[in-house]
Design a protein around this ligand. Sequence first.
Ligand SMILES: Nc1ncnc2c1ncn2[C@@H]1O[C@H](COP(=O)(O)OP(=O)(O)OP(=O)(O)O)[C@@H](O)[C@H]1O
Ligand SMILES: [Mg+2]
Length: 307
Amino acid sequence: MSAILTDQAGDLRRIVEEKRQALRQRGRQAHLRTVAVLSGKGGVGKSNVAIALSCALADQGKRIVLLDADLGMANLDILCGVSAKYNLSHLVSGSRELNEILIPLEERVALLPGGVGLREMADLDDESMERVFELLIELEERADLLIMDTGAGIHKGVLSFAQAADMALLVTTPEPTSVRDAYGVIKSLGGGAQKPGEELMLVVNMAGSREEAHEVAERIRMASMQFLGSAPAYLGYILRDDNVERSVRGRKVFYRAHPSSSAANCVRRLTGELLRLWEGRPAQHEVKGLRSFFLRLTRSFFADHRG
Ligand SMILES: Nc1ncnc2c1ncn2[C@@H]1O[C@H](COP(=O)(O)OP(=O)(O)OP(=O)(O)O)[C@@H](O)[C@H]1O
Ligand SMILES: [Mg+2]
């Protein structure tokens, strides 16, 4: 009897291990792109940009996991009109599975609340980290893009996301304080685009006009070139549009509530630019994948803890 039980337990272990191997293998082959949305000054529209881009990219067939990586004031759930019960911290502690944490927002977009889980990941030993990776590897299967909304500021936590991600979108408004703080971020990151696949790109939000946005981007780029020797590329702009604020108040996603608004049109244009950029790139060579992303991220957090 006990021999049968032992056999069954052995079978089960084998099946679980085979499943893990298969997932690991597929995870290695999958090429999930990671995109961090950040800013120097707060309140410039990062969260709204991250959500709208996710929806617009989903409309183009991409599967998105939207990670709320604001370590201070996570609020993507509120902005999306849902309520997050669990977050990455529950995955780290082992009390919840990935499926219980992910909140489906629409067919191809799911929200992954980060909470304090991201910080906790940085403190794990190698073995526990491997366990969390295995739980997260499923993300490689279910998404083409991991879009992260970070908190504002030039602190290490935010910069770590920018450094670990395949691409960082730096959001600024035309306001002088926002422009100055955007430049501060660029400086902390050591300039702009260094090598393909590790870009820093500018998005000017709440612009009064296309011309104003271009002028702001050019000013930032010129200062970066002059003082840092390299500059972020200019991805594009989003016009100031009352529909955004109205949607936020109504806990609606402006891109869905007002799909033909001027802001939504701008987001579609940004999306087109991103897809064009990615199209020309053979993903296998340049996309680091989820595992490598989290390793870079947590190592960078570690450096911060020690330093
Ligand atoms: N294109 C826009 N046109 C008009 N208003 C906008 C636009 N984008 C954002 N806003 C306004 O700015 C506010 C802040 O936006 P959001 O919360 O996305 O910024 P954030 O950078 O994520 O802020 P935080 O730094 O606090 O996380 C929104 O509530 C909205 O009212
Ligand atoms: Mg935000």
